[in-house]
Design a protein around this ligand. Structure first.
Ligand code: SF4
Length: 412
C-alpha cells in the first residue's frame, strides 16, 4: 500500500527525507546571512516544548515540564532569541504569518501566554500579519485561554483532535475523550478564531465507519480546515515498540478525498482540506519554500536556502540562551541550487496548485523544468494533471505521493 508523504509537522520539527543528505556547511554563522535579503515579511514558527504526557506515537521533541518554573525559563530564553533576531535585522521583523506549535502550546498558563504574545509584539512588526495560529489540545484548552486568544493577534486555532472515537483516542494515548474534543471544537468554532482540526487515520481498530464519524463530527461542529495524517509507527515510541498491526491507510485516505470535497472542503495539499480562502497561510509558506524564522528548542527554520535547526533539547537551548545564542544558524545545511529546485518541485506538487510552469522556469531554469516534466511524463497519466500552464498531481497522484517524490529525488 502506498504511504502518504509525512505530515506537515515534519517540516516544523525536521527536514524532509533525504534533502539533508548533502551540503552540510559547518560553522556558518548568522553574519553570513544578511537579514536585509531575507525577503520580509516572513513567517515565524515558535516551538513550545511541553506536553502533559507523551502520546504513544509521538517522536517530536516535547516532554512534561519539570516543575512550574521550567516554562518561565523557556520563555526567558525565547525572549533572548527573539531580541537577538530583532537586533540583527535592525528593526522589528515584519511578519506575514505566525504559528505557535509544539508540543502543546495550550498547556502554557494564561500569564505566560500573555507574556509570549508581548514578546512577539515587542520584537516583530505585526502590521503585515495575515494569519496567526496556535496549536491546542482539547485536554488543556480552557475558557480563560480562549478568551485571551480572542483578544489577541491570533486568528486561528489548530486543535489536536485526532479522533472522535474513545477507543482510538486511548490507543493513541491521548489525554482527552470524544466529549472533551467536541467541547473544545465547539468552543473554538463559536469564537472569532478559525478552527482547524487534526485527525489521524490508520489507527489499530479504526473502521471506515468510525473514520467517517470523526470527519463528519469535526465538520458538523464548525471546523473550517481539516488536516488528516496517517498513523506511522516510529521506532522510538511506545506504540512503535509494541508494533501493533495497522490497518491499511489507503481506504481511509481515499474516503477523506471523496467525502471532504463534497462537503465544500477541497483537498489543497496532501494532508489538508479546506474551503477556498481558508487554507493555512503559514503552511503555504513551507510549501512555497518561503522564509520561516524558527524560535524555540528543536525548531527548524528556513532562511534563503539555509535550513537550520535550533538546539535539540530544552537544556541545550537554555544553555545557548545563557551565551546569547552565539551561532544561531550553525546547525543545519545550506541547500545547493539544485537541491532547492528539486525540493521546490516536490513541495509545489504537494499542493493542488502544483508547479506553475512559467514561474518555475523563471526561477529554476527552463532546462530544470524540462527535467521535472520528463519525470512526470513517465508517471501513469491518471496521476498527473497537466493544463492551464500548470503541472499538478490528481487525487490519485496524491495517494502515491511518496513514490512520486522518490522519482523526483533521482534528479538530485
Ligand atoms: S500532544 Fe502532540 S506533541 Fe505532545 S506528545 Fe502528543 S502528539 Fe506529541
Amino acid at each position: 500500500m502506498p504511504t502518504i508523504l509525512g505530515s506537515l509537522a515534519a517540516f516544523r520539527h525536521g527536514p524532509q527525507a533525504n534533502f539533508c543528505a548533502a551540503g552540510k556547511i559547518h560553522g556558518m554563522g548568522v553574519q553570513a546571512i544578511n537579514p536585509e535579503v531575507f525577503g520580509f515579511p516572513l513567517s515565524l514558527y515558535i516551538h513550545v516544548p511541553f506536553c502533559a504526557a507523551k502520546c504513544g506515537y509521538c517522536s517530536f521533541y516535547s516532554r512534561p515540564p519539570r516543575g512550574p518554573l521550567e516554562a518561565v525559563s523557556w520563555l526567558d530564553a525565547l525572549e533572548v532569541e527573539a531580541g537577538l533576531w530583532r537586533e540583527r535585522a535592525g528593526r522589528r521583523i515584519p511578519l506575514r504569518t505566525l504559528y505557535v506549535g509544539g508540543g502543546t502550546p495550550s498547556l502554557l498558563p494564561v500569564p505566560l501566554w500573555r507574556r509570549l504574545l508581548a514578546v512577539v509584539e515587542r520584537n516583530f512588526d505585526l502590521t503585515p500579519l495575515i494569519e496567526a495560529s496556535a496549536e491546542a489540545n482539547p485536554s488543556s484548552l480552557t475558557e480563560e485561554l480562549m478568551r485571551l486568544w480572542e483578544d489577541s493577534c491570533l486568528t486561528r486555532v489548530s486543535l489536536g483532535v485526532q479522533s472522535l472515537n474513545d477507543a482510538e483516542l486511548r490507543t493513541l494515548g491521548r489525554l482527552h475523550d470524544a466529549d472533551r474534543a467536541l467541547w473544545a471544537m465547539g468552543r473554538a468554532a463559536r469564537s472569532r478564531l478559525a478552527l482547524s482540526a487534526d485527525l489521524i487515520f490508520g489507527v489499530p481498530g479504526q473502521t471506515l465507519r468510525s473514520w467517517s464519524a470523526s470527519l463528519r463530527g469535526a465538520l458538523a461542529v464548525g471546523a473550517s480546515h481539516l488536516s488528516t495524517y496517517q498513523l506511522t509507527l516510529e521506532p522510538d515510541t511506545p506504540l512503535g515498540r509494541s508494533a501493533p498491526v495497522l490497518p491499511d491507510g489507503y481506504p481511509f485516505y481515499r474516503y477523506a478525498q471523496w467525502l471532504l470535497p463534497r462537503k465544500g472542503f477541497p483537498q489543497y495539499e496532501i494532508s489538508s482540506f479546506a474551503p477556498e480562502g481558508r487554507e493555512c497561510r503559514h503552511n503555504l509558506a513551507y510549501w512555497r519554500q518561503e522564509n520561516v524564522l524558527a524560535l524555540g528548542p528543536a525548531a527548524w527554520g528556513y532562511l534563503e536556502g539555509r535550513r537550520y535547526e535550533n538546539p535539540r533539547t530544552l537544556e541545550a537551548y537554555l544553555s545557548a540562551a545563557a551565551k546569547n545564542f552565539p551561532e544561531p544558524l550553525a546547525a543545519g545545511e545550506t541547500l545547493s541550487p539544485r537541491q532547492r529546485a528539486v525540493e521546490a518541485a516536490i513541495l509545489a506538487l504537494r499542493t493542488r496548485w502544483g508547479i506553475r510552469r512559467e514561474d518555475f522556469a523563471a526561477r529554476r531554469g527552463a532546462a530544470f523544468l524540462a527535467e521535472v516534466e520528463g519525470v512526470m511524463s513517465r508517471l501513469p497519466s491518471r496521476l498527473v494533471r497537466d493544463g492551464g500552464g500548470r503541472l499538478a498531481l490528481t487525487p490519485a497522484g496524491m495517494r502515491v505521493g511518496n513514490a512520486v517524490w522518490t522519482e523526483l529525488m533521482e534528479l538530485l
